[in-house]
Write a protein that binds this ligand. Structure first.
Ligand SMILES: C[S@@+](CC[C@H](N)C(=O)[O-])C[C@H]1O[C@@H](n2cnc3c(N)ncnc32)[C@H](O)[C@@H]1O
Length: 275
């Protein structure tokens, strides 16, 4: 009888255990170590964006193509704020280039500006909206959005080491209303205005993807998700993502990446306020 009870408790635990949270960046011990060190050590904080494993995980090309996109597509409001958004590059010593019309910028910061501007143009977001981001890097997207799309709450799900760094970065930059949550925590709101996950949820294993989808994404009225297909774990393909959305009453739109960076990458968006 006692044996049966132990077996059933174990079975119950197995059936309800948390997903493993495997992901491409998560399996890189050096990436996680740099995040933690940058959060705790001033010297690493001053240079983390140029340390190779971190650079390889997060930073992108030279930036000219993002600047070109902004010149051709961005709203006047975005263009007028570009100079002040350069502040993001003051920390972590990112690789910066002199970009015509824009000055000295990292490609990654320009990429965050492209995405924020594209969200602004795609969605009719309320003033002081609520946002949740899965896989927020060092908090750069939150910083840029705080200038272009002011929010009242910005929840972040990321690995513990990355969240330590995000907390340091948002405190240093004075980004208000950002709160990092434990990867297994419930979203504190019943619904949010905008869900974001760029090159992050698509890099997790399938079990983690399904868990975040059910626990977080379905609570969002709108979504902006950059999908990339460089994932060694069993994961959802683009067509499986579309099926999953549709099964849950969400009608996603599939767009090319705003600026092409890699073949197979796509932008997935949804807006339930319009359907
Ligand atoms: C390729 S980076 C993209 C970062 C950022 N979205 C950007 O566009 O620069 C992947 C992000 O996903 C995060 N990540 C990895 N595993 C995760 C998990 N299980 N849950 C939440 N975030 C995770 C990483 O720490 C990192 O912030």
């Amino acid at each position: 009888m006692k044996k049966l009870l132990v077996v059933s408790i174990l079975l119950c635990h197995l059936l309800h255990s948390n997903p493993p949270q495997n992901s491409m960046t998560g399996r890189s011990t050096s990436y996680r170590e740099i995040c933690k060190e940058a959060a705790l050590d001033d010297c690493t904080f001053q240079k983390f964006r140029s340390i190779k494993p971190y650079f390889d995980a997060l930073e992108c090309g030279q930036g000219g193509e993002f600047a070109q996109y902004l010149m051709e597509n961005a709203t006047d409001q975005t263009l007028s704020q570009i100079g002040s958004l350069r502040k993001l590059d003051l920390y972590g010593d990112p690789v910066r280039n002199e970009i015509p019309n824009f000055g000295l910028f990292s490609g990654t910061t320009l990429r965050y500006i492209v995405f924020a501007d594209s969200m602004k143009r795609l969605f009719d977001l309320p003033d002081h909206c609520t946002i949740v981001e899965i896989g927020a890097g060092f908090g750069g997207q939150a910083y840029v959005l705080s200038h272009l799309v002011p929010f009242s709450r910005y929840y972040v799900y990321d690995l513990p080491e990355a969240e330590m760094l995000i907390e340091r970065m948002v405190a240093t930059l004075g980004v208000p209303n950002v709160r990092c949550l434990d990867v297994y925590a419930e979203l504190p709101l019943e619904e949010v205005d905008l869900f974001i996950s760029n090159y992050a949820l698509s890099e997790c294993d399938k079990e983690t993807q399904l868990d975040y989808f059910k626990r977080v994404a379905v609570k969002a009225k709108r979504g902006y998700m950059l999908f990339n297909d460089t994932n060694v774990f069993d994961h959802l393909s683009l067509s499986e993502w579309i099926e999953l959305f549709q099964e849950n009453g969400i009608h996603p739109k599939i767009h090319p990446e705003p600026v092409f960076t890699y073949s197979g990458n796509h932008l997935i968006t949804w807006d339930r306020t319009k359907s």
